[in-house]
Write a protein that binds this ligand. Structure first.
Ligand code: FPP
Length: 253
């Protein structure tokens, strides 16, 4: 297998779904109208990823910073997530998708956390694509809780600071049991990662496009996957690693 063909389908795709508000404003509609349209785009992209053979899809639905939006928009989004999971869960389950959520649930309303837990429980044994939805997620917060977890082990004298490895910290983080994203897609024309999966994106290929999220569909996803397929991933080395070592970064950057 050559390095390019090894890349053809990313195992893990992460998406920052940006541009719902602008999409609505361009149509003279309130921002909430854009979020409704964003749900329709999400549905199609989840299906297209599954059909393409992606193993893990992680969607940034609500960041820890999104709490600072106007209360009415926050309330609408949280209610939209409850409603959307209610509508979509049967189909996702029937398609064998395993649903998981990452992020701080403490501030989320009980109506939402109940739906999240029920979705995770119901789909836990499904064999298909893992769909991770980041809700109330922040990459720095994720790292802080991971460092705290290691700190507790040091306090309990079950770990020595000098012994901590990258694998130890990685295992304490959200997604610690899943492969890191191979491809990050961000729609909406911004060129930043906005506190998403800071640790996990270390070696991801970054794909930015101007398309606003409600307009991002299976055709745009195909373009992103084709672009990814043409990338040569070196993981800090001068040559791509052999297939067995594909996920192991080099010591140098
Ligand atoms: C960004 O648009 C999008 C969000 C804040 C997340 C909301 C995502 C959805 C409603 C999609 C549905 C997802 C799930 C998992 C049900 P923006 O408001 O930042 O747009 P702007 O940059 O144009 O203001």
């Amino acid at each position: 297998m050559n390095p390019v063909s090894m890349n053809v389908v990313p195992r893990h795709v992460a998406i920052i779904m940006d541009g719902n508000g602008r999409w609505a404003t361009q149509r003279g509609q309130p921002r909430l109208y854009g979020h409704e349209a964003g749900v329709r785009a999400t549905r199609a992209v989840v299906r297209a990823c599954r059909d393409a053979g992606v193993s893990v899809l992680t969607l940034y639905a609500f960041s820890s910073e999104n709490w600072f939006r106007p209360a009415a928009e926050v309330g609408f989004l949280l209610e939209l997530f409850v409603r959307t999971m209610g509508v979509e869960l049967d189909t996702l389950h029937a398609e064998g998708v395993r649903v998981r959520f990452i992020g701080d649930r403490a501030r989320l309303p009980q109506t939402l956390t109940a739906v999240m837990e029920a979705s995770e429980r119901r789909t836990a044994d499904n064999p298909g694509m893992v769909l991770v939805i980041a809700l109330g997620y922040g990459g720095r917060q994720d790292l802080v809780q991971g460092v705290r977890a290691l700190g507790r082990r040091i306090e309990a004298a079950t770990l020595r600071a000098e012994e901590i490895t990258e694998a130890d910290l990685g295992a304490t983080l959200a997604l610690g049991d899943l492969p890191d994203p191979d491809l990050l897609i961000r729609t909406g024309g911004e060129y930043r990662i906005s506190n998403f999966l800071l640790w996990h994106l270390a070696y991801a290929e970054l794909y930015f496009c101007d398309t606003l999220w409600p307009d991002f569909g299976p055709a745009e996803l195909s373009s992103a996957l084709a672009w990814y397929g043409g990338r040569e991933r070196r993981f800090g080395r001068t040559e791509p690693p052999s297939s067995g070592a594909m996920m192991e970064p080099a010591d140098d950057q």
